[in-house]
Design a protein around this ligand. Structure first.
Ligand code: AMP
Length: 267
Protein backbone atom coordinates (compact mmCIF):
# COMPACT_ATOMS: atom_id res chain seq x y z
CA UNK A 1 0.00 0.00 0.00
CA UNK A 2 1.38 3.39 -0.89
CA UNK A 3 -0.51 6.03 1.04
CA UNK A 4 1.65 8.90 -0.18
CA UNK A 5 0.86 8.27 -3.82
CA UNK A 6 -2.86 8.30 -2.97
CA UNK A 7 -2.63 11.92 -1.92
CA UNK A 8 -3.21 11.07 1.71
CA UNK A 9 -1.60 13.26 4.30
CA UNK A 10 0.22 10.96 6.70
CA UNK A 11 0.39 11.98 10.35
CA UNK A 12 2.90 10.04 12.41
CA UNK A 13 2.97 9.53 16.18
CA UNK A 14 6.10 7.69 17.36
CA UNK A 15 5.87 6.17 20.85
CA UNK A 16 7.40 3.55 23.11
CA UNK A 17 3.97 2.19 24.04
CA UNK A 18 2.28 1.70 27.42
CA UNK A 19 -0.17 4.18 25.94
CA UNK A 20 -1.93 6.75 28.11
CA UNK A 21 -4.02 9.88 27.64
CA UNK A 22 -0.94 11.90 26.66
CA UNK A 23 -0.37 9.61 23.69
CA UNK A 24 -4.09 9.65 22.87
CA UNK A 25 -4.01 13.43 22.74
CA UNK A 26 -1.22 13.26 20.13
CA UNK A 27 -3.24 10.74 18.12
CA UNK A 28 -6.32 12.97 18.27
CA UNK A 29 -4.35 15.95 17.03
CA UNK A 30 -2.87 13.85 14.23
CA UNK A 31 -6.28 12.45 13.33
CA UNK A 32 -7.83 15.86 12.72
CA UNK A 33 -6.22 16.11 9.27
CA UNK A 34 -4.26 12.95 8.45
CA UNK A 35 -4.23 9.23 8.03
CA UNK A 36 -2.60 8.30 11.34
CA UNK A 37 0.32 5.92 11.74
CA UNK A 38 1.33 5.12 15.32
CA UNK A 39 4.57 3.30 16.03
CA UNK A 40 5.40 1.45 19.22
CA UNK A 41 9.07 0.65 19.61
CA UNK A 42 11.05 0.56 22.83
CA UNK A 43 14.32 1.84 21.42
CA UNK A 44 17.32 0.15 23.06
CA UNK A 45 19.72 2.79 21.70
CA UNK A 46 18.26 5.54 23.88
CA UNK A 47 18.76 3.67 27.15
CA UNK A 48 22.18 3.61 28.81
CA UNK A 49 23.38 0.41 30.49
CA UNK A 50 21.74 0.28 33.92
CA UNK A 51 18.68 2.27 32.80
CA UNK A 52 15.22 0.72 32.62
CA UNK A 53 15.20 -0.75 29.08
CA UNK A 54 14.41 -4.29 30.27
CA UNK A 55 11.85 -3.12 32.82
CA UNK A 56 10.19 -0.54 30.56
CA UNK A 57 6.39 -1.17 30.68
CA UNK A 58 5.19 -3.19 27.69
CA UNK A 59 1.40 -3.69 27.39
CA UNK A 60 1.05 -4.41 23.71
CA UNK A 61 -2.42 -6.01 23.78
CA UNK A 62 -3.86 -3.13 25.79
CA UNK A 63 -2.06 -0.67 23.49
CA UNK A 64 -3.68 -2.22 20.41
CA UNK A 65 -7.12 -1.58 21.90
CA UNK A 66 -6.28 2.01 22.85
CA UNK A 67 -4.82 2.67 19.39
CA UNK A 68 -7.88 1.28 17.62
CA UNK A 69 -10.31 3.10 19.91
CA UNK A 70 -8.53 6.41 19.42
CA UNK A 71 -8.68 6.17 15.64
CA UNK A 72 -5.18 5.06 14.63
CA UNK A 73 -5.29 3.84 11.02
CA UNK A 74 -2.03 1.89 10.98
CA UNK A 75 -0.12 0.50 13.93
CA UNK A 76 3.58 -0.06 13.24
CA UNK A 77 5.31 -2.49 15.62
CA UNK A 78 8.82 -3.06 14.34
CA UNK A 79 11.09 -5.58 16.00
CA UNK A 80 14.50 -4.60 17.34
CA UNK A 81 16.19 -6.66 14.59
CA UNK A 82 14.24 -4.85 11.90
CA UNK A 83 15.37 -1.46 13.17
CA UNK A 84 18.91 -2.48 14.13
CA UNK A 85 20.00 -5.47 12.04
CA UNK A 86 23.34 -7.03 12.89
CA UNK A 87 26.22 -4.76 11.95
CA UNK A 88 24.21 -1.57 12.43
CA UNK A 89 26.58 1.39 12.71
CA UNK A 90 24.97 4.69 11.68
CA UNK A 91 23.88 7.31 14.20
CA UNK A 92 22.50 10.85 14.17
CA UNK A 93 24.07 13.35 16.51
CA UNK A 94 22.42 16.73 17.02
CA UNK A 95 25.13 18.85 18.61
CA UNK A 96 24.88 21.42 21.39
CA UNK A 97 21.35 21.19 22.75
CA UNK A 98 21.82 17.47 23.43
CA UNK A 99 24.59 18.24 25.94
CA UNK A 100 22.30 20.34 28.15
CA UNK A 101 19.47 19.51 30.63
CA UNK A 102 18.75 15.75 30.38
CA UNK A 103 21.76 15.32 28.08
CA UNK A 104 24.06 16.07 31.02
CA UNK A 105 22.62 13.13 32.94
CA UNK A 106 21.88 10.75 30.06
CA UNK A 107 24.85 10.93 27.68
CA UNK A 108 24.03 9.29 24.35
CA UNK A 109 20.29 9.35 25.02
CA UNK A 110 19.40 11.92 22.37
CA UNK A 111 21.71 10.30 19.84
CA UNK A 112 19.59 7.16 20.24
CA UNK A 113 16.39 9.19 19.98
CA UNK A 114 17.42 11.14 16.86
CA UNK A 115 18.67 7.96 15.19
CA UNK A 116 15.49 5.97 15.74
CA UNK A 117 13.22 8.88 14.82
CA UNK A 118 15.07 9.46 11.55
CA UNK A 119 14.83 5.75 10.76
CA UNK A 120 11.11 5.73 11.57
CA UNK A 121 10.60 8.86 9.44
CA UNK A 122 12.36 7.15 6.52
CA UNK A 123 10.21 4.04 6.87
CA UNK A 124 6.85 5.74 7.51
CA UNK A 125 7.46 8.77 5.24
CA UNK A 126 5.00 11.04 7.05
CA UNK A 127 4.04 14.56 6.02
CA UNK A 128 3.52 15.56 9.65
CA UNK A 129 4.79 14.18 12.95
CA UNK A 130 3.51 14.85 16.46
CA UNK A 131 5.65 15.12 19.60
CA UNK A 132 4.71 15.94 23.18
CA UNK A 133 6.02 19.06 24.88
CA UNK A 134 6.40 16.88 27.95
CA UNK A 135 9.69 15.78 26.35
CA UNK A 136 10.48 19.35 25.39
CA UNK A 137 14.18 18.79 24.76
CA UNK A 138 13.43 15.74 22.61
CA UNK A 139 10.98 17.79 20.54
CA UNK A 140 13.64 20.46 20.04
CA UNK A 141 16.23 17.85 19.03
CA UNK A 142 13.82 16.44 16.43
CA UNK A 143 13.00 19.92 15.10
CA UNK A 144 16.74 20.64 14.76
CA UNK A 145 17.35 17.35 12.98
CA UNK A 146 14.48 18.00 10.56
CA UNK A 147 15.79 21.48 9.78
CA UNK A 148 19.47 20.52 9.52
CA UNK A 149 18.88 17.44 7.36
CA UNK A 150 16.26 19.12 5.11
CA UNK A 151 13.57 16.60 5.95
CA UNK A 152 10.24 17.44 4.36
CA UNK A 153 8.21 16.78 7.52
CA UNK A 154 6.24 19.26 9.59
CA UNK A 155 6.78 18.80 13.33
CA UNK A 156 3.97 19.64 15.75
CA UNK A 157 4.49 20.12 19.49
CA UNK A 158 1.51 19.07 21.60
CA UNK A 159 0.90 20.45 25.13
CA UNK A 160 1.44 18.27 28.20
CA UNK A 161 -1.51 16.17 29.35
CA UNK A 162 -1.73 15.89 33.13
CA UNK A 163 -3.55 13.61 35.52
CA UNK A 164 -6.16 15.10 37.89
CA UNK A 165 -3.49 15.57 40.57
CA UNK A 166 -1.34 17.59 38.16
CA UNK A 167 1.28 14.91 37.50
CA UNK A 168 2.32 14.87 33.84
CA UNK A 169 1.18 11.59 32.29
CA UNK A 170 4.03 9.22 31.57
CA UNK A 171 4.39 5.50 30.89
CA UNK A 172 6.91 5.46 33.73
CA UNK A 173 4.33 6.65 36.30
CA UNK A 174 3.34 2.99 36.77
CA UNK A 175 6.68 2.53 38.58
CA UNK A 176 5.59 4.91 41.35
CA UNK A 177 4.31 3.57 44.66
CA UNK A 178 1.40 5.34 46.36
CA UNK A 179 3.58 7.60 48.53
CA UNK A 180 5.93 8.32 45.62
CA UNK A 181 3.02 9.29 43.45
CA UNK A 182 1.95 11.85 46.08
CA UNK A 183 5.52 13.21 46.25
CA UNK A 184 5.57 13.44 42.45
CA UNK A 185 2.76 16.01 42.48
CA UNK A 186 5.33 18.48 43.87
CA UNK A 187 6.85 18.83 40.39
CA UNK A 188 3.78 20.52 38.97
CA UNK A 189 3.34 22.54 42.18
CA UNK A 190 6.89 23.83 41.82
CA UNK A 191 6.25 24.75 38.18
CA UNK A 192 3.13 26.67 39.22
CA UNK A 193 5.12 28.55 41.85
CA UNK A 194 7.78 29.45 39.28
CA UNK A 195 5.07 30.90 37.06
CA UNK A 196 3.57 32.87 39.94
CA UNK A 197 6.96 34.23 41.00
CA UNK A 198 7.72 35.46 37.48
CA UNK A 199 4.23 36.94 37.23
CA UNK A 200 4.75 38.85 40.46
CA UNK A 201 7.96 40.34 39.11
CA UNK A 202 10.71 38.03 40.37
CA UNK A 203 13.55 38.11 37.83
CA UNK A 204 16.28 36.26 39.68
CA UNK A 205 16.36 32.73 38.24
CA UNK A 206 18.35 31.33 41.15
CA UNK A 207 15.76 32.57 43.66
CA UNK A 208 13.02 30.83 41.67
CA UNK A 209 15.06 27.62 41.44
CA UNK A 210 15.73 27.67 45.21
CA UNK A 211 12.02 27.99 45.95
CA UNK A 212 11.23 25.13 43.55
CA UNK A 213 13.90 22.98 45.21
CA UNK A 214 12.39 23.70 48.61
CA UNK A 215 8.95 22.57 47.42
CA UNK A 216 10.22 19.41 45.74
CA UNK A 217 12.61 18.35 48.51
CA UNK A 218 9.77 18.23 51.04
CA UNK A 219 8.99 14.71 49.79
CA UNK A 220 10.96 11.67 51.04
CA UNK A 221 13.60 10.03 48.84
CA UNK A 222 13.61 12.79 46.24
CA UNK A 223 16.77 13.72 44.38
CA UNK A 224 16.88 16.56 41.90
CA UNK A 225 18.92 15.99 38.73
CA UNK A 226 18.36 19.56 37.60
CA UNK A 227 15.99 22.48 37.66
CA UNK A 228 16.71 24.97 34.92
CA UNK A 229 15.31 28.26 33.76
CA UNK A 230 16.54 28.46 30.22
CA UNK A 231 16.09 29.85 26.75
CA UNK A 232 13.29 27.82 25.08
CA UNK A 233 15.24 27.61 21.79
CA UNK A 234 18.88 27.15 22.86
CA UNK A 235 18.22 25.59 26.31
CA UNK A 236 21.01 27.75 27.72
CA UNK A 237 20.53 28.79 31.34
CA UNK A 238 19.00 32.20 31.99
CA UNK A 239 20.08 34.17 35.07
CA UNK A 240 17.72 37.12 34.71
CA UNK A 241 14.17 36.30 33.70
CA UNK A 242 13.28 39.18 31.42
CA UNK A 243 11.98 37.18 28.48
CA UNK A 244 10.01 34.00 27.68
CA UNK A 245 11.60 31.17 29.62
CA UNK A 246 11.47 27.38 29.73
CA UNK A 247 11.31 26.00 33.26
CA UNK A 248 12.48 22.39 33.03
CA UNK A 249 13.38 19.75 35.57
CA UNK A 250 14.31 16.12 36.09
CA UNK A 251 13.77 14.57 39.48
CA UNK A 252 14.32 11.08 40.88
CA UNK A 253 11.73 9.72 43.29
CA UNK A 254 12.80 6.44 44.85
CA UNK A 255 15.22 6.13 41.93
CA UNK A 256 12.51 6.66 39.29
CA UNK A 257 13.26 9.53 36.98
CA UNK A 258 10.50 12.02 36.14
CA UNK A 259 10.67 15.08 33.91
CA UNK A 260 8.36 18.05 33.64
CA UNK A 261 8.41 21.58 32.29
CA UNK A 262 6.44 24.67 31.42
CA UNK A 263 6.93 27.80 29.39
CA UNK A 264 6.59 31.05 31.31
CA UNK A 265 5.79 34.21 29.40
CA UNK A 266 7.16 37.50 30.72
CA UNK A 267 4.81 40.41 30.26
P1 AMP B 1 6.94 7.92 24.84
O1 AMP B 1 6.08 6.75 24.53
O2 AMP B 1 7.08 8.21 26.29
O3 AMP B 1 8.26 7.89 24.09
O4 AMP B 1 6.17 9.18 24.25
C1 AMP B 1 5.73 9.23 22.93
C2 AMP B 1 5.27 10.63 22.61
O5 AMP B 1 4.20 10.98 23.50
C3 AMP B 1 6.38 11.67 22.83
O6 AMP B 1 6.30 12.64 21.79
C4 AMP B 1 6.04 12.26 24.17
O7 AMP B 1 6.49 13.58 24.34
C5 AMP B 1 4.51 12.22 24.12
N1 AMP B 1 3.97 12.27 25.48
C6 AMP B 1 4.28 11.46 26.52
N2 AMP B 1 3.63 11.85 27.63
C7 AMP B 1 2.90 12.93 27.30
C8 AMP B 1 2.01 13.80 28.00
N3 AMP B 1 1.76 13.63 29.29
N4 AMP B 1 1.44 14.81 27.33
C9 AMP B 1 1.69 15.01 26.01
N5 AMP B 1 2.51 14.23 25.28
C10 AMP B 1 3.11 13.20 25.92
Amino acid sequence: MNLRSRNNSIGFVPTMGALHKGHVHLIERARSNNTVILSIFVNPKQFAPGEDYNRYPRYIEKDKVIATDSGVDILFLPSTDEIYPEGYKTFVNVEGITDLLCGRFRPGHFKGVATVVLKLFNIVMPHRAYFGEKDYQQMLVIKSMVRDLNLDIEIFGIPIVRDDDGLAMSSRNVYLGREERVSATSLNRALKVSREMVKSGEMNAQKIISEMERIIKKGDGIEIDYISLCNPETLEDIKIVDTRVLVAMAVRIGGKRLIDNCIVEVK
